[in-house]
Design a protein around this ligand. Structure first.
Ligand code: C2E
Ligand code: MG
Ligand code: MG
Ligand code: MG
Length: 291
């Protein structure tokens, strides 16, 4: 009997369908629906300058406000969005939402700081990325200097020539660029000097042990010194403790981001932080670290 002609084909194969594949297909459909149902939201994590203690920017981090599961983090859905191409509309939504948020903060009289947007490798290679950014900038009348784009070291090194072209075009817009998760790939900063980055973000995995593990401290010190010699500013990601902060200060790191100062927060909370002049306390005198 011919299963196709009786419409039984799907039923026949369905029980054999790999459970993981079925779950992926379900998630893909859910992601598409989530975008249409406005279930994504952005939280903002402040970055502070280590000389002044002041908030100097924020990173926009996507969350999925799932009707049953509550807030779902990006590691649970961004990889699939990249594989399926859904990162394109989701990424365009992020760019527009950040610009809309900047306009709202401006209207509310909050001091303006740049906001950084994560770009996946897939997004940075899309021909419609620049038009998407330009249109969001124009719609919400946001100055380019108040936007920053983050690309991971891995994304850049996967296709360095293409990345160089895309980054040069982005840079020409007048936005800031940062190299995210540095240290997790296998490139040296010297290889990266041909890309027009303004900031290097040291990956959290090296920051975790910076005050307890001499190897991490040596790596962080080397990245900071090399970045400075290439005229790049350095951000330490994932700073959670006072001990890590003190070491990073002694290594002349420029900025920190992490739970020690603040978790990613809702837009209204970030607005209050900006208005209140929330800042990192100054260093205790007499604390010296020798690495
Ligand atoms: P990322 O760009 O490296 O972002 C930093 C991640 O570290 C965030 O995780 C942040 O919440 C977390 N983090 C910050 N400070 C600390 C800390 O002190 N301790 C610890 N344990 N974690 C800290 P999150 O929000 O889960 O995002 C994970 C990744 O998802 C991001 O890593 C980024 O690669 C990606 N992502 C987030 N939002 C977007 C987006 O809008 N578009 C794209 N393409 N990717 C995004
Ligand atoms: Mg990032
Ligand atoms: Mg990072
Ligand atoms: Mg990361």
């Amino acid at each position: 009997k011919n299963a196709r002609s009786t419409g039984e084909r799907y039923l026949f194969y369905a029980p054999r369908m790999n459970a993981a594949l079925a779950a992926r297909l379900a998630l893909e459909n859910e992601l598409q629906a989530a975008l249409e149902a406005h279930q994504f939201e952005l939280h903002y994590q402040p970055r502070v300058n280590l000389d002044t203690g002041a908030i100097v920017s924020a990173e926009a981090l996507i969350r999925w406000n799932h009707p049953e599961q509550g807030l779902v983090g990006p590691v649970s859905f961004i990889p699939l969005a990249e594989e399926t191409g859904l990162i394109r509309p989701i990424g365009a939504w992020v760019i527009d939402a950040v610009c809309a948020q900047q306009a709202a903060w401006r209207t509310n009289g909050a001091p303006m700081v740049p906001v950084s947007i994560n770009l996946s490798a897939v997004q940075s290679a899309q021909p419609d990325l620049l038009p998407t950014i330009r249109s969001a900038i124009a719609t919400h009348r946001v100055e380019e200097k108040y936007l920053e784009f983050e690309l991971t070291e891995t994304a850049v090194m996967n296709n360095p020539d293409e990345a160089a072209r895309n980054l040069a075009e982005l840079k020409q817009l007048g936005v800031h660029l940062s190299l995210d998760d540095f240290g997790t790939g296998y490139s040296s900063l010297a290889q990266l000097k041909r890309f027009p980055f303004d900031f290097v973000k040291i990956d959290r995995s090296f920051i975790a042990g910076v005050d307890t593990n001499p190897e991490d401290a040596v790596i962080a010190a080397a990245i900071i010194a090399m970045a400075h010699s290439l005229h790049l500013r350095v951000v330490a990601e994932g700073v959670e403790t006072r001990g890590q902060l003190d070491v990073l200060r002694s290594l002349h790191c420029d900025e920190i981001q992490g739970y020690y100062f603040s978790r990613p927060v809702m837009p209204d909370v970030f607005e209050e932080m900006l208005k209140n002049g929330a800042a990192l306390p100054p260093p205790e005198s007499g604390v010296h670290y020798h690495i």
